[in-house]
Design a protein around this ligand. Structure first.
Ligand code: 5RP
Length: 230
């Protein structure tokens, strides 16, 4: 099975947790896109759900495929969020934000009773940090924030390049109008300590460490589907 097929299988397995009447948080990324496609097929045959998208990109795909949408303002409490991840550790702490949607993804996940992560097995790691940690920052004071992020990490023994995410020759801008720094610190043994250190920096809007948010991960691999519970 190729990587896309594994994403489809994880998304299909997640769909079995969705039932009529649910208020769904809908994630962002290529795996979440597969979930939207399968969800749309079910909606077309009568499944009655309302979705809150975690990005403009996901909103556009839902609209195109006919998945009914709401906003977090109209629907502030959600039953279930289905989303992808860049890395997942055995305790279901995640790195997210590879697609740049981490802020809305975290707000939506936190407003949900449950979050199920869908991924192929390449996303499972013993310790987070192989994937650069996305950090969403205010545009104002970018350089000062960059320096502060490096210093905060260094105080925890984490050292590595912190780079501004670009789209071509322009900085990548999130749906919230912020920039993203990608921090290549390597292994992050204490995610809570790094989270606290980053939140102490005024220019940091959000970071891609999702701690205690995922209730389960559905992982698709060559041997089939594995569900990991928090
Ligand atoms: C977007 C995310 C995505 O869920 C994450 O990047 C995984 O994406 P993909 O399913 O394309 O590998 O956090 O901000």
């Amino acid at each position: 099975m190729d990587a896309r097929q594994l994403k489809v299988e994880a998304a299909r397995a997640a769909l079995s947790h969705v039932s009529s009447g649910m208020r769904l948080g809908i994630g962002t990324g290529t795996t979440a896109d597969e979930f939207v496609r399968l969800l749309a097929e079910k909606v077309a045959t009568g499944l009655a759900v309302i979705g809150v998208p975690t990005s403009e990109r996901t909103a556009a795909l839902c609209r195109e495929l006919g998945v009914p949408l709401s906003t977090l303002e109209e629907t502030p409490e959600l039953d279930l969020t289905i989303d992808g991840a860049d890395e997942i550790d055995p305790a279901l702490t995640l790195i997210k934000g590879g697609g740049g949607a981490l802020l809305r993804e975290k707000i939506v996940a936190a407003a949900s009773e449950r979050m199920i992560v869908i991924a192929d097995q390449s996303k499972m790691v013993e310790t987070l940090g192989r994937f650069p940690l996305p950090i969403e920052v205010n545009k104002f004071g970018l350089r000062a924030t960059e320096i502060a992020v490096g210093a905060a990490a260094a105080s925890l023994g984490l050292v590595g390049p912190v780079t501004l995410r670009m789209t071509g020759s322009q900085p990548f801008v999130t749906d919230g109008g912020h920039f993203i720094l990608d921090a290549s610190f390597g292994r992050i043994p204490d995610t809570r300590a790094l989270s606290n250190a980053l939140f102490a920096i005024p220019g940091v809007v959000e970071h891609g460490l999702f701690i205690g948010l995922a209730s389960a991960a559905i992982i698709a691999g060559g041997d089939g589907i594995q569900t990991v519970h928090a």
